[in-house]
Design a protein around this ligand. Structure first.
Ligand SMILES: Nc1ncnc2c1ncn2[C@@H]1O[C@H](COP(=O)(O)OP(=O)(O)O)[C@@H](O)[C@H]1O
Ligand SMILES: [Mg+2]
Length: 53
């Protein structure tokens, strides 16, 4: 069963864009790690998906 399905999302608070465009599909039971340099948009992604405040 699909748990998370993002299609071509982007986030901009202002210019420049801080995330995306990004697509992601995770199935129930999948294990995923969000790993990259500081300020690249990891927290922004998790907030959009509803996985953190
Ligand atoms: N609420 C916000 N308003 C404006 N800019 C933001 C906001 N949240 C994050 N940013 C900016 O978006 C970029 C990515 O931030 P963030 O997702 O927290 O990165 P990471 O978690 O990968 O370190 C940073 O440049 C940050 O300053
Ligand atoms: Mg962060």
């Amino acid at each position: 069963m699909t748990a998370i399905h993002l299609t071509d999302i982007s986030v901009s608070y202002d210019n420049p864009r801080v995330l995306g465009p990004l697509s992601l599909k995770l199935t129930s039971g999948d294990f995923a790690v969000v790993f990259d340099k500081s300020n690249c948009g990891k927290s922004t992604l998790l907030k959009r998906v509803g996985l953190r405040d």
